[in-house]
Ligand binder design. Structure first.
Ligand code: FES
Length: 117
């Protein structure tokens, strides 16, 4: 594969149980043609760094488990086509559990049906 056909992905890394502060890690020479953002994360996890934390579930754009910022914009990562150069970060305003995984539990609780009286 030619070098110009490969992607560079910069990923926010932070493990609050170990790290004093967040950092950014760069992964280069990644395949990306016809891949979704979650496909690239799977590639990194399976081939380069199995400590990378990210989340997805339905892979159809329905559950929002994979929400993250791609180049500064909130995207559904399982639907978003990968680009040649990407910055991947957790969504704002949520507690970061690790890397790209945030705690959505407060929003999920708010949408649960109320108990009937
Ligand atoms: S994994 Fe469910 S919306 Fe992306």
């Amino acid at each position: 594969m030619e070098k110009e056909d490969l992607a560079k992905v910069t990923i926010y890394r932070f493990d609050p149980t170990k790290d004093d502060k967040p950092r950014y890690e760069v992964f280069e020479n990644l395949p990306y043609e016809a891949m979704r953002v979650t496909d690239i994360l799977n590639y990194i996890f399976q081939n380069i760094d199995s400590t990378l934390a990210y989340r997805y579930s339905c892979r159809t754009g329905l559950c929002d488990a994979c929400l993250m910022k791609v180049n500064g914009k909130v995207e559904v990562a399982c639907k978003k086509l990968a680009e040649k150069e990407m910055l991947l970060e957790p969504v704002d305003k949520f507690v970061i559990l690790k890397d790209l995984v945030v705690d959505f539990s407060l929003t999920r609780k708010r949408t649960e049906p109320k108990e009937e009286r």
